[in-house]
Design a protein around this ligand. Sequence first.
Ligand code: UDP
Ligand code: MG
Length: 327
Amino acid sequence: MVEVSIVVPCFNESEVIDTFHTTLIASLELTGRSFEICYVDDGSSDPTGMRLRDLAAADPRVRYTRFSRNFGKESAMLAGLRMSRGDAVVLMDADLQHPPELVPRMLELHERGYDQVVAQRDRVGEGPIRKALSGAYYRLVRRFMEVEVSDGVGDFRLLSRRAVTAVLSLPESNRFSKGLFSWIGFETASFTYTNVQRAAGQSKWGGRRLLNYGIDGLVSFNSRPLRMAIYTGLCLFLAAVGYALWITAGVVINGVDTPGYATLIAAIVGLSGLQLVTLGVVGEYVGRIYFESKRRPHYVVRETNDTGAMPAFTRSLESVGQAPSDS
Ligand code: UDP
Ligand code: MG
């Protein structure tokens, strides 16, 4: 059994992967512990997969899995966690935004008994709009979510073996790791480091992808938006009843003086907007139920040198207690 596993999801990272690998190996060797690196190529369209294969051929401590297409970072992290065998597992990005020099410090904290160690970044060097938006998002999340998720906590974290087992035991197919890590609990330590810019290549998180990720996060951890939709609907309904009474009273007392279509149109547009939002919220949950009920695997493996690995689909079926032959 190795002491430390490093799990690295990579998507089109061929420009940085070599630098990352040498830096990582250097800081790991300094710690004097046995380690392995589990790379997951998330269906890159550039030579990342080939580079990983070369790295694995050159060094027995490197293992890799390649997906058949891009399944997203969450799936890649899941595959990496499944591959890992270490007592402690560190999740990190391949773009050197998670400085490998911090890994020894995380291991030290783990040694003191923490099951999760989080390296939290500040937001130095980020655009003002992105900074403001994420600030607002985390305030919203903190109000609505049943689990604690804080600003600047990315996926750079160390998990003990039992924490990894706990995360892997969660069956949902819509995975929002930040929430899952917080959901499993355990003693968590955190420290802050200065944000680093990507070493090379491009961020894969455009505005739209981030927005989708944000909605996923909000909806996958609570049903409060549903409750909110109900409350808002109720309030509006009561307001409308009050208004109708008021108008009727006005007509009875003073007679009709102004045309009514303006208020009518306002009410129709306002209420139908609200209905659409409510329907959207309901649909979001129904869609999730549909998605979960299909029990699809999280990813499909194209190639791996992970000898212990079973094909992803048999595994996910086993974890829900069905026979692998069941399609
Ligand atoms: N990543 C991935 N699959 C994806 C998108 C990203 O495995 O579909 C990996 C990417 O290679 C990197 C990490 O996730 O190692 C973080 O991605 P990125 O640096 O683009 O995100 P940012 O740092 O801008 O939030
Ligand atoms: Mg990055």
